[in-house]
Design a protein around this ligand. Structure first.
Ligand SMILES: Nc1ncnc2c1ncn2[C@@H]1O[C@H](COP(=O)(O)OP(=O)(O)OP(=O)(O)O)[C@@H](O)[C@H]1O
Length: 612
């Protein structure tokens, strides 16, 4: 209980920080919504009482009718206004909350993203993001206030009902005036309420279990459905390989599993809900009998039948609502626990304090010292005992067969991961000692799986909406986009991709790669790392880019290329050859080519024979 309360309080603090008015609006909306039905109930009883009098006063009756309408209208307007504000604030809360979670993801170590537990945690949070966890708190506070107020108002009316006695002395009078009748009615009410609370609690538990059990199938289903319905790139393969039946089979399989797990919830609800409705009918009959008999015996006017039956009904609904909301709040603490477990994950472990100044980067030495690395959760080393030095300012090529560890080597250099064993030194100091953000800022990297966004071309290059247009244009041209730029009517302001805007232009894989290179050039960092920078370029564009890289793009920067086209690496100061996670050769192109039994010689000749 203590744990649950502290989770809810923490959740409320999050809401207060993000949307300070939301909690107040939730309560206010709950209060006004609870009053609304009582206005009609109360004034209807007054009107009927007045109508039933022989000396009825029509002016008074009309006054009551007008008052009922006006109060109803005012209250409804307030309720609608608050509901609208509530929905807007709730929407913004959900949105900001998503962004907060995304920010938290970026604050974690990149390596944590490989952790299956963390992935599952994110997936669970993602699934309940619109209706569970933090966003559910304000909604539940609203429902709790509404139902609590209904219960308080109806109890005060019911007390009046039980206390008002008939003046007759018949047996029926005695029975209806005795506490027994009231106690019986209350007992019936309590039974029906307890029953619905129990059913709701079991149903909530079943819903939670079903969601947990169907989790992995849900992931598959979402992934395949996304691929089939939304993923633009998947469209080609789906068409050409006729993949739809296979994907549909998978979707149907996982969907049937999900439905299998979730079917138990509505089945349970339907079965026990019917019994609940039966009990409710008995309670209603007993209520009308009790109130009707009291009115017949003259304890109160006919109009009060409306008032008291309304109060009893509202009490039943309100009390059930309170208990159901409390049970929902309790269930929601499971989601809150996931949420805070994720939020409380330790942020990046070592951010270092040493500043990274440009001078260090211009005249330095990078050294991998006996570096080995296993990906989180993997049993195999992707890199083993790598030792290599290179001077800052050099051009270094990293070559090797697929899966030999080239990209992993770069990821370690950029500190996306830290070595499992050994260390990487910049000017004799472990790179972990340097300020993490400044260290990252010294790398311009184009990974194989780079991402461009549906922004304008200029924004994609400069990674900002305010940028130096001349510099962005220069980078675009230097990356080989001169010709293509001429066809962009809006130049740098051309929107990329037409997923969002009709004016968006589609670009080819090679053009995207050139834009990614332009982005790296714009960043103007001391290190430029290109992982297969020309894989999507045509031979002319490739030759052109390498000539430019050589001539003026790199200038005095340190350049590291990963490439399978060895002809493009021969101008590098140093070539590192990887094989199954090991660095098996390194040296200049000339040295390596002379080693006739070496892998480099083999790879070179394998490519060269096609050009002979
Ligand atoms: N996130 C990851 N988790 C676990 N293993 C991984 C991960 N990424 C890569 N690996 C494994 O690490 C090894 C080296 O992969 P890496 O991507 O560094 O190779 P590569 O030389 O760049 O390959 P390619 O030439 O195909 O791009 C491979 O066996 C790969 O399966």
């Amino acid at each position: 209980m203590k744990r649950e309360i502290s989770l809810i309080v923490r959740g409320m603090k999050v809401i207060h920080r993000v949307q300070p008015w939301l909690l107040v609006i939730s309560i206010a909306s709950g209060v006004f919504s609870s009053i609304l039905p009582f206005i009609t109930i109360y004034f209807s009883s007054l009107i009927i009482n007045e109508l039933s009098l022989p000396s009825r006063n029509f002016k008074h009756i009309m006054g009551l009718v007008v008052l009922t309408l006006v109060l109803n209208l005012v209250c409804r307007l307030i309720v609608n206004f608050l509901a609208q504000m509530f929905d807007t604030l709730q929407y913004v809360l959900g949105h900001k909350n998503q962004l907060d979670l995304a920010d938290k993801g970026y604050q974690l170590d990149y390596a944590d993203m490989d952790d299956t537990n963390i992935r599952q945690m994110r997936e669970k949070l993602n699934r309940g993001r619109y209706y569970k966890g933090i966003v559910a708190i304000a909604f539940q506070l609203n429902t709790l206030t509404l139902n609590l107020f209904s219960v308080v108002i109806s109890i005060s009316l019911m007390i009046e009902m039980f206390m008002t006695k008939s003046i007759g002395t018949s047996r029926l009078d005695l029975l209806m005036n005795s506490p027994i009748a009231g106690i019986l009615l209350i007992a019936l009410l309590v039974i029906s309420i307890l029953y619905s609370i129990k059913i709701n609690a079991i149903s909530q538990k079943k819903q939670f279990e079903a969601m947990n059990e169907s989790g992995p199938h849900f992931n598959y289903d979402r992934f395949y459905t996304y691929q089939l319905s939304t993923e633009y790139n998947a469209g080609k393969d789906v068409r050409l390989y006729g993949q739809r039946p296979l994907i549909e089979n998978q979707i149907n399989f996982h969907l049937s599993k999900i439905l299998g797990f979730q079917r138990s919830v509505p089945e349970f609800g339907a079965k026990y809900g019917a019994i609940g409705s039966g009990i409710q009918v008995i309670v209603n009959v007993a209520t009308y009998l009790f109130v009707g008999l009291k009115a017949l015996l003259g304890a109160f006017g006919v109009g009060n039948i409306v008032l008291y039956t309304g109060a009893i009904t509202q009490f039943g609904t309100g009390f059930t609502g309170v208990m159901q909301t409390l049970s929902n709040i309790k269930q929601n603490t499971n989601y809150l626990q996931w949420y805070f477990d994720f939020v409380d994950l330790p942020n990046r472990k070592e951010s270092g304090t040493q500043p990274v100044d440009l001078e260090t980067m211009k005249h330095g030495i990078i050294e991998f010292k006996n570096v080995s690395f296993k990906y989180p959760g993997s049993e195999h080393y992707s890199l083993e005992n790598i030792s290599i030095r290179f001077n800052v300012g050099e051009r270094v090529a990293v070559v090797g067969k697929n899966g030999s560890g080239k990209t992993t080597f770069i990821k370690l250099l950029c500190r996306l991961y830290d070595p499992t064993e050994g260390e990487i030194l910049l000017n004799g100091m472990n790179i972990k000692e340097y300020n993490y953000q400044e260290y990252l800022a010294s790398f311009s990297v184009v990974f194989q799986d780079f991402n461009l966004f549906s922004f304008t071309l200029g924004e994609n290059i400069a990674v900002s909406s305010e940028y130096d247009e001349e510099k962005a244009m220069d980078c675009a041209n230097r990356a080989g986009l001169e010709k293509r730029m001429e066809s962009f009517e809006d130049g740098l302001h051309t929107q990329l991709y037409n997923e969002i805007s009709e004016e968006g232009v589609e670009i080819s894989g090679g053009e995207a790669q050139k834009i990614a290179i332009a982005r790296a050039l714009y960043k103007d960092a001391p290190f430029i790392v290109l992982d297969e920078p020309t894989a999507a370029l045509d031979p002319l564009a490739e030759a052109d880019i390498y000539a430019r890289l050589n001539r003026d793009l790199i200038q005095n920067k340190t350049a590291i290329y990963i490439s399978h086209r060895l002809s493009s690496c021969c101008f590098c100061n140093q070539i590192a050859v990887f094989e199954q996670g090991r660095l098996i050769q390194h040296g200049t192109h000339k040295d390596l080519l002379e080693m006739e039994d070496g892998l480099y010689h083999e790879l070179w000749n394998a490519q060269a024979q096609y050009y002979a």
